[in-house]
Design a protein around this ligand. Structure first.
Ligand code: KIV
Ligand code: ZN
Length: 385
C-alpha cells in the first residue's frame, strides 16, 4: 500500500519573500492557476496582514484556484488571523496557517517569553483560527532547534486545540537528515494524539540539506511537504518541489506518492524563473539546463548505447523535449558520428577519424561545437577531397 504525500506549495509566500522576486497580482494569479493544474494540494498564497497588496493577492488567488486548498499565513496574533480569514473568504477550501517560535532561542530573543506562555499563545491562536475555518495548520517556527520534549508537548496541545496539520519548520536549515528522521520519529511515537493531525516538513536549505531532510521526515511519518518551485526562498531557499516530486516517482520503494503531474515541472520552473527574475542554476537537479545534458565522451557513448546507462528518469517525464548531447573537446567519436548522422552526413571509419581530428581542433578553440559549426567543417573536408 502506498501513502499519499500532500504537496504544500509556498512559492507565492516563502518564495516570494526573496528580495527582487516580488510579483504583481496578475503574475501571482497566473502562477497559482498553473500550480493548481500541476496538482499541488495546498497553495500558500501569502501573508495577508503584511500589506494591502498581499491581502488582495490571497483574495484573488482564493477566487481562481479550483482544486487546491488556499492557505494564508499569520502570526499567533488575533488581528492577523481575522485578516487572513477575511482574505480567504472566497476560497473553496480555505486554510489558516498560524504559529509561533518554538526554539529557546526564539522564545527568549524574539518573544522575551517562556515555554509555557508560548504554548498557551499557540493553543489560543489555533482555537481562534478554528472559529473562522475548519482547516488550521500550526507552525512551530525553528522546530529544528527546539527542545524535543517541549516540541512534543506543543504538538500535542495544538492538536488538542484543533490543528489539522502541525508544521515543524527547520527555519534555519540547521538539521542533518538523520537528526530530522530521529525527531519526527520521536514525535510520531511520543505525542499521544499524533494520528489526529498530519505532521509537515518545511525545510530551508542553508546547508544544502532541505530536500534530504524533507525525505528523512516523510520516511519517519510526516505526510505533508512544504516546497517551492526551483527551491526559491529566504537565504539559500526552501525545499524544491520538483526534487521531491521526482524522488517520490523514481523511488517507488519508499511506498509514497504525490499527485504532481511531473510533465509540467519544467514549464512551471521556467515561468517562475522568468516572472521572478531568478535564474535557475545550470546544474539544478531535475530542471537545470544541464540536468539531461551529456558532455563527456564516456557518458555520451554509454548514453547512446542505452539511455538508462546515464539517466534515472526521462526528460519527457519532467517536461523537457529530449536529452542533449553537447559537443565539446571532451566528446568522443560516437557522439560526433551521432550528431553528423542527424545532420545527414554518413561517414565511413576513415572519414570519421578525419572529421573527428578536425572537430577536436575546433572544439579546443571554442567552448561548444554547434550544428552551425559542423556544417562548414564537413564542407571543408569535402573540398580537401
Ligand atoms: O521557515 C519558517 O519557519 C516559515 C514559517 C513561517 C512557516 O516559513
Ligand atoms: Zn520558511
Amino acid at each position: 500500500m502506498s501513502d499519499k504525500i500532500y504537496i504544500f506549495d509556498t512559492t507565492l509566500r516563502d518564495g516570494e519573500q526573496v528580495p527582487g522576486c516580488q510579483l504583481n497580482l496578475e503574475e501571482k494569479l497566473m502562477i497559482a492557476r498553473q500550480l493548481d493544474l500541476l496538482g499541488v494540494d495546498i497553495i500558500e498564497a501569502g501573508f495577508p496582514v503584511s500589506s494591502p497588496g498581499d491581502f488582495k493577492s490571497v483574495e484573488g488567488i482564493s477566487k481562481v484556484v479550483e482544486n487546491a486548498t488556499v492557505c494564508g499565513l499569520t502570526r499567533a496574533v488575533k488581528n492577523d488571523i481575522e485578516v487572513a480569514a477575511q482574505a480567504l473568504k472566497f476560497a473553496r477550501k480555505p486554510r489558516i496557517h498560524t504559529g509561533i517560535g518554538s526554539s529557546d532561542i526564539h522564545i527568549q530573543y524574539k518573544f522575551n517569553s517562556n515555554r509555557d506562555e508560548i504554548l498557551q499563545r499557540g493553543v489560543e491562536a489555533v482555537k481562534y483560527a478554528k472559529t473562522f475555518v475548519e482547516d488550521v495548520e500550526f507552525y512551530a517556527e525553528d522546530a529544528g532547534r527546539a527542545d524535543l520534549e517541549f516540541l512534543a508537548r506543543l504538538t500535542e496541545a495544538v492538536i488538542k486545540a484543533g490543528a489539522t496539520v502541525v508544521n515543524l519548520p527547520d527555519t534555519t536549515g540547521y538539521l542533518m537528515p538523520h537528526q530530522m528522521y530521529d525527531r519526527v520519529h520521536y514525535l510520531m511515537n511520543n505525542v499521544p494524539n499524533v494520528d489526529k493531525a498530519i505532521l509537515s516538513m518545511h525545510n530551508h536549505n542553508d546547508l544544502g540539506m532541505a530536500t534530504a531532510n524533507t525525505i528523512a521526515g516523510i520516511r519517519a511519518g510526516a505526510r505533508q511537504v512544504e516546497v517551492t518551485i526551483n527551491g526559491i526562498g529566504e537565504r539559500a531557499g526552501n525545499t524544491s518541489l520538483e526534487e521531491v516530486a521526482m524522488i517520490l516517482k523514481v523511488h517507488k520503494d519508499l511506498g509514497l506518492y504525490s499527485d504532481i503531474k511531473t510533465e509540467m515541472l519544467n514549464p512551471l520552473s521556467k515561468l517562475v524563473s522568468q516572472t521572478m527574475r531568478m535564474p535557475v542554476q545550470a546544474n539544478k537537479a531535475v530542471v537545470g539546463r544541464n540536468a539531461f545534458a551529456h558532455s563527456s565522451g564516456i557518458h555520451q557513448d554509454g548514453f547512446l548505447k542505452h539511455q538508462e546507462n546515464y539517466e534515472i528518469m526521462t526528460p519527457q517525464e519532467v517536461g523537457i523535449d529530449k536529452s542533449d548531447i553537447v559537443l565539446t573537446a571532451r566528446s568522443g567519436r560516437h557522439a560526433l558520428k551521432h550528431r553528423l548522422e542527424i545532420l545527414g552526413f554518413k561517414l565511413d571509419k576513415a572519414k570519421l577519424d578525419e572529421a573527428y581530428h578536425q572537430f577536436l581542433e575546433l572544439a579546443d578553440s571554442i567552448k561548444e561545437v554547434n550544428d552551425k559549426d559542423l556544417v562548414p567543417l564537413m564542407k571543408q573536408l569535402a573540398e580537401v577531397e
